[in-house]
Design a protein around this ligand. Sequence first.
Ligand code: ADP
Ligand code: MG
Length: 268
Amino acid sequence: EENINEQKAENAIKHQGFLGSKPLVEFKGVTKRFGDTCVMDEMDLQMREDDRLVIIGPSGSGKSTLLRVLMGLEPIDKGEIHFDSKPYVSVDSKGRTQTDLATRSKVGMVFQHYTLFPHLSVLGNMTLSPVKVHGMGRSEAEDRAREYLGRLGMEDKLNSYPGKLSGGQKQRVAIARALMLEPKLMLFDEVTSALDPEMVAEIEKVMLDLAKQKMAMMIVTHDMYFAKKIATESVFIAGGKVVEKCDPEIMFNEPKEERTKDFLNKVL
Ligand code: ADP
Ligand code: MG
């Protein structure tokens, strides 16, 4: 708690321009369409290295798409994304999306519905992609899997199959798996929405612990109380554009834009 509040105080100072901090993610004029639906309309969005950015917006406003694009899971139609001040996602002259794969491995993502492979043990789930896709040695991958599971209090589940785990345990494994390649940025898309209420707090605690370790995060959540607690920055998106981006204290207490006020009045 205290640590988080200290970081928030630091962040408030940064907003006043006393400290510099580097951009980690920059969307530059990104357009994304699904057929006739324009989900991102020349969108610009920046996130700093030490931010935990909460993304809010109406259902269907493109929050998941934004995260999926940043994870390299969806092509874009126009614009580019820089990561760590280097080109990451762009569109070539033939309209094909180009994604820098080394950069993509610096981004981890956790989804609403646990995406664990049911036929693999927890250890198998965690080591599959590091070993098969990223060429990590098996014993290194297994050591690392043990370490991350330990940090999340799950070391005794190493050989369990997903079917034997609770929803909260599955999400913890999904988070541990996303940490295996030591990402610089973690994306969370409504990771507690499908959980029973008593498991929500356990996953939020894991996210708050990551925040204490200064992990950069983009978080989509319906839990506005948690959003306020974890965020250093917040953005409201609608109609394919960033409507408002500001300190969460301002977003949740005195938003400037009418569309933000309307939305928050409905959900708070
Ligand atoms: P949110 O997460 O904010 O609810 P999404 O990013 O899931 O919004 O969706 C934004 C819009 O894009 C919605 O209109 C949705 O129907 C559409 N959409 C998302 N994914 C696809 C897809 N794979 N094919 C077609 N339309 C899609
Ligand atoms: Mg969504």
